[in-house]
Design a protein around this ligand. Structure first.
Ligand code: C2E
Ligand code: CA
Ligand code: CA
Length: 565
């Protein structure tokens, strides 16, 4: 039978206590005293204690720890436990015959100590009870358990309760589900924050109602993402339909919200909780922009994708060390003169993997952005590009700027401007030789750090091209206050405009915005002469795309430079 969350927290729930002592007599004695009220687990040494804590995923209300043990000393056990985010909060009572050790134990983070020989049963009982109560209270005070907007658990508590659900219902099949509102930022921007909050609150309520019925739990993670952990459901579409129904209860406009849901069904309890929700999120990401179906399951294909991505992550550092990343260059032409003129090139990275072969950046850039590796890769690419510019200047006597991509992750780095300054010094370049492409969606995050980085780069003399323009939902007021030097229209606009029945209005609008900002427009993904000529007529300034050239290795790109020399 499945225990509900409420039952779990019933007053008479048996809390689990770990006793660590190398002397069997001591262990048994304490166990005898405590086991009428607690579920008692024992360990004869430090190593076993740590293994036990891990095995139960930190599910202990208290640890009673002897200090003097063969092998690992009690202090070391405390240290190890405190190092681990998941175990740090478990209160520890030290068992010792040595009054001196008290201070050191408290310093390391034990909360209390009991001296040997042991006091009477009642004293031990009272101490244990009090420490557990105090620790549970402070936990509650320290981090409010619930998200104030929706009343759902916050993330930290959610994971903790998930662990407890697992412990208490070890054999139940569970689903990990991620539910989010697509383009929520846009809703906030268009209808205001109060409206956005109302939408989230309604989603939250409905989610709560649904999971409570099924015996699951839910939380709100980040602005518009909800996590659900519940006994295996058969029909997820019903869940999402119910949330929709809750949204349209009062006010039809709310039904504009698009939800999507990713499900990792019948989770493998052998893998970490966070990872289970990563899998659900992977599934949710596959429905991006797909309006027909809004639910997706974590399946075999995604599992293979996960394994592939793990390999890429694993191989990353070797790849950097062994120069497996290659930088290709794609020329951008100024189409305003009667004969198009080479204006610059974009540096685009490729991975030539010794086993997997040629991998295009679409496969690994988003992955590295998520996993904190992109900064290292970007720096590598910036260096490569800088050294090529220096080399071309020296060997061919030509200087054509190269633009490099600056990931949104880099934009949060307070040392970004410094990094570029050092780069210029290192390769003897001036800031007008290295253009920076920053994707529009990085700006949309609207953080002070990003704006200050852009300003500092501009102050250093760098020119900035806003990449993928038209996909990032930044408002006109925002872009007009931001310093940018060119708009790079996202290629989907070209794709859509030039297919059958497509229309040019969006391109016209973008060109208008660029005019208003007095910056040139770059069109990328231009594949045919017809496209190039039409864009030229419409007032587009620069063009990049297969029509002129695919991205090519440095040596091949040199032929464009030589024409200039
Ligand atoms: P992006 O910055 O929008 O780059 C333009 C992409 O369009 C490139 O794809 C380029 O090969 C492709 N492209 C250019 N002309 C045409 C065309 O006429 N037709 C078509 N169908 N495609 C064209 P690529 O090289 O696969 O790069 C994909 C994305 O990966 C880039 O999009 C960029 O966001 C990212 N990326 C590439 N290199 C780097 C890098 O060094 N650092 C970072 N942070 N991101 C990079
Ligand atoms: Ca780019
Ligand atoms: Ca782009």
């Amino acid at each position: 039978m499945f225990k509900s969350h409420k039952e779990m927290y019933a007053a008479n729930r048996r809390r689990r206590v770990l006793i660590v002592d190398d002397e069997i007599m001591n262990r048994e004695l304490l166990k005898l005293i405590l086991e009428d009220e607690y579920e008692v687990i024992t360990a004869p040494d430090g190593e076993t204690a740590l293994d036990t804590v891990r095995k139960y995923d930190g599910g202990f209300s208290l640890i009673l720890l002897d200090l003097l043990m063969p092998g690992m000393h009690g202090f070391k056990v405390i240290e190890k436990l405190k190092e681990d985010e998941a175990f740090r909060r478990i209160p520890i009572i030290v068992l010792t015959a040595d009054a001196e050790a008290e201070v050191e134990s408290l310093k390391l983070g034990a909360v209390d100590f009991i001296t040997k020989p042991y006091p009477v049963r009642e004293v031990i009982h009272a101490r244990v009870k009090r420490i557990i109560e105090l620790s549970e209270d402070t936990d509650i005070i320290r981090s409010t358990e619930r998200d104030s907007l929706t009343g759902l658990y916050n993330r930290e508590y959610f994971y903790r309760y998930c662990r407890q659900l697992d412990q208490l219902n070890n054999d139940a099949d569970m689903d990990a589900i991620v539910l989010d509102a697509q383009h929520f930022r846009l809703i906030n921007e268009r209808y205001g924050k109060a409206y956005g909050d109302e939408v989230l609150r309604r989603i939250g309520w409905k989610v709560y109602e649904i999971v409570s019925e099924s015996g699951g739990i839910a939380c709100r993670r980040e602005a518009d993402t909800f996590l659900i952990y519940c006994p295996h459901l058969g029909n997820w579409q019903t869940l999402i339909d119910n949330v929709y129904a809750g949204l349209s209860d009062g006010g039809a406009s709310i039904s504009r919200v698009r939800l999507r849901m990713g499900i990792y069904a019948n989770v493998d309890k052998g893998i970490e909780l966070e990872r289970r929700f990563d899998r659900a999120k992977m599934a949710a990401d596959t429905v991006r922009g797909n309006y027909m179906s809004s639910c997706a399951l974590y399946d075999k294909a995604l599992h293979e994708r996960e394994i592939y991505e793990e390999k890429l992550l694993e191989d990353f550092h070797d790849a950097i060390d062994n120069h497996q990343f290659m930088v290709y260059y794609q020329p951008k032409f100024d189409i305003r003169p009667s004969v198009p003129r080479l204006a610059s090139a974009e540096a685009l990275v490729r991975w030539v993997h010794p086993e997997l072969g040629f991998i295009s950046p679409g496969q690994f850039i988003p992955l590295f952005e998520e996993n904190g590796l992109i900064q290292r890769l970007d720096l590598y690419v910036w260096r490569e590009a800088s050294s090529m510019i220096a080399d071309w200047k020296k060997r061919l006597g030509v200087c054509v700027p190269v633009s490099v991509n600056v990931s949104r992750v880099d934009m949060h780095d307070p040392n970004l401007a410094q990094t570029f300054e050092t780069l210029l010094e290192e390769y003897g370049l001036t800031p007008d030789e290295l253009l920076l492409e920053i994707t529009e969606s990085a700006y949309t995050q609207d953080s002070a750090q990003i704006i200050s980085n852009v300003n500092r780069l501009r102050d250093l003399g760098f020119r900035i091209e806003m990449d993928d323009f038209g996909t990032g939902y930044s408002s006109l007021s925002m872009i007009s206050t931001l310093p940018i030097d060119a708009l790079k229209m996202d290629m989907t606009f070209i794709r859509n405009a030039f297919r059958d029945g497509g229309d040019m209005r969006l391109i016209e609008m973008i060109i208008d915005i660029a005019d208003y900002l007095s910056v040139p427009v770059i069109a990328e993904g231009v594949e045919t002469e017809e496209q190039m000529k039409t864009l030229k007529r419409m007032g587009c300034d620069l063009v990049q795309g297969y029509f002129f050239s695919k991205p090519v290795p440095a040596a091949e790109y040199e032929s464009f430079l030589k024409l200039k020399a």
